[in-house]
Write a protein that binds this ligand. Structure first.
Ligand code: ZN
Length: 548
């Protein structure tokens, strides 16, 4: 491993790099954070007066540092923003659910036995009568792993029960990264597969260990308002019915069919699994209220000198939670200083460093995305409606939260990407005296919870940078303590505010490192790639001929 890393370092050093004079100014980062997280910006909720101020501020800064507008193309002229049409969905009135096992009809209560999401298909009323129920195991179609749970089973007009996480989570070893979660394990994947299969819908069977959270989380996040981007054809992304069901209820359905749930699950952990039709049918009836809003991504661009159609993207979400329930101090403004006024500020300062340096061969885009807190929607919208071709987007470097705790001896990425771009960053970091600290909880799926992910899903090499915890002053103990304090006392709370005690010198070092990573990529003709076996590689490979 050591030799490989050293080889990586020397390869990087051979590239001719116009990066010598670059600097990321900690004081400037602090100035932006103070403004963006001030009460005047009202927590930067999408589609609020706080959005107007935020978009205006970022646009002004992008313009001041010397970027060109990189957003929507209107009459041959680029705007500073990309319109992001969003829809919010709420179930209206009672959600009626009945399951008939032949031995009788049982009613399931929304929020208790079942948690049905307000459908994002645009259907305003869903009625299902006695649909067959089929158990589809983990619901995985993974050609690169020679795995297919469906075996040709037609799911049209049916409701499927699907296990959460991936087939080797329980055994800890197999073709799906063991305890670490591949995308096949994520609930969003299961629902996307439901749409691809043309099913009425999938119900995810909730089990605490493989989900990594309890029923309360499932209930709160699924019976609440659901946001989505407005899609040209929603049925391609969403089946009419999406929901979760308690494990106990599923065990009962298996029993009523003369089957044992745990035995069926064991079979589902093998390639030989075939779908099981239960002796039960599913009925439901509920209405959905839909409201449409438009938010904005802010986009600045520095066109490339030699290959302007090839792009390197830096991204950070500008939105936070807006105004909400008051905390113990009576504060209702969720300022989001660390999350993510800080990453937005870093984005502006990296843009400044690029604008000061000689233009790069490839174009560099600075993408300040909206609605991350509503489910990565600004980045999802960009990845579905790209302003610059995805096939020739060389890489995406995302930032969500910079460290206010001073310099660290390490850094991390969200979910340890199986990607050569991450290797490049690891090698580059060594020249800055920083080592890579892998994600301590790979099973929790943090790779799928940051704005780089919608890009990864469509094959674009993408990573989210994370500040290190092994602090120069105080080591790992101090770093762990500081970040636990943040998670407990400030994360997603009104107290996530700027403090004069912050030390952004570590953020400035990290920013310089990220600037160099993108600068090298933008001055090379390299195409970072997913490693063999990665679930995103096939998607990227579809467009290989478009990359020279
Ligand atoms: Zn964030």
């Amino acid at each position: 491993m050591k030799n490989l890393m050293l080889a990586g370092v020397s390869a990087l050093c051979l590239l001719a790099l116009p990066v010598a004079a670059a600097e990321i100014d900690a004081a400037k980062i602090a100035d932006h954070i103070k403004v963006l997280s001030s009460d005047a910006f009202e927590g930067r909720g999408p589609n609020t007066p706080g959005e107007v101020k935020t978009v205006e501020y970022i646009t002004r800064q992008f313009q001041a540092v010397g970027l060109k507008p990189g957003g929507d193309l209107k009459n041959g002229v680029r705007a500073w923003t990309q319109d992001v049409p969003l829809a919010r969905f709420d179930t209206k009135g009672p959600v009626k659910v009945e399951v008939n096992t032949g031995a009788g009809v049982q009613a399931w209560t929304q929020g208790e036995e079942i948690a049905i999401r307000a459908a994002s298909t645009g259907i305003d009323h869903l009625t299902v009568q006695n649909a067959p129920i089929v158990f589809v195991g983990y619901g995985v179609t993974a050609p690169e792993r020679n795995w297919d749970d469906f075996k040709g089973q037609d799911l049209k007009g049916k409701v499927a029960l699907v296990l959460i996480n991936d087939p080797d989570f329980e055994t800890g070893q197999g073709d799906f990264a063991g305890k670490a979660m591949t995308y096949y394990g994520r609930w969003t994947y299961k629902f996307e597969e439901a749409a691809r299969r043309g099913a009425i819908g999938f119900l995810v069977i909730h089990e605490t260990a493989p989900a990594s959270y309890g029923w309360a989380t499932v209930k709160n996040s699924n019976t609440n308002t659901i946001f989505d981007v407005v899609r040209a054809d929603p049925s391609k992304s969403h089946a009419p019915l999406e929901g979760w069901v308690q494990r106990d209820k599923v065990v009962e359905l298996f029993k009523a069919s003369g089957l044992d749930f745990e035995t069926a699950k064991k079979v589902a952990q093998t390639r030989d699994f075939t779908p099981v039709t239960l002796k039960a049918t599913f009925s439901t009836d509920y209405a959905v209220a839909v409201e449409k809003i438009v938010s904005k991504n802010v986009v600045g661009l520095l066109p490339g000198t030699k290959r302007p159609n090839e792009t390197v993207i830096y991204s950070a979400h500008w939105d936070h939670l807006g105004v909400g329930l008051p905390d113990a101090r009576g504060d209702k403004i969720y300022n989001g200083a660390q999350d993510n006024a800080s990453g937005t500020s870093m984005l502006i300062e990296i843009a400044r460093a690029f604008a000061k340096a000689p233009r790069t061969e490839r174009s560099v885009a600075f993408l300040s995305v909206t609605a991350e807190e509503k489910g990565l929607l600004g980045s999802e919208y960009y990845a579905s409606n790209p302003l610059y071709p995805l096939a020739t987007t060389a890489g995406v470097i995302n930032m969500d939260g910079v460290s206010p705790f001073g310099p660290a001896k390490d850094f991390t990425t969200s979910g340890d990407a199986p990607l050569t771009l991450q290797d490049d960053l690891i090698a580059l970091a060594l020249t800055h005296g920083k080592t890579y600290a892998p994600d301590p909880r790979p099973g929790a799926g943090s790779f799928f919870r940051s704005d780089h992910f919608p890009f990864a899903k469509v094959g674009v090499p993408a990573i989210s940078f994370g500040a290190g915890r092994d602090l120069v002053n105080g080591g790992k103990a101090a770093g762990d303590k500081a970040s636990e304090d943040y998670v407990t006392n400030r994360y997603h709370q009104p107290a996530d505010e700027y403090s004069d005690s912050w030390d952004l010198s570590g953020a400035s070092q990290d920013g310089l490192m990220l600037f160099e990573l993108g600068s090298q990529l933008a001055n090379s003709s390299r195409w970072p790639s997913w490693k063999a076996g990665s679930e995103f590689k096939l998607k990227r490979d579809e467009t290989t001929t478009q990359r020279k």
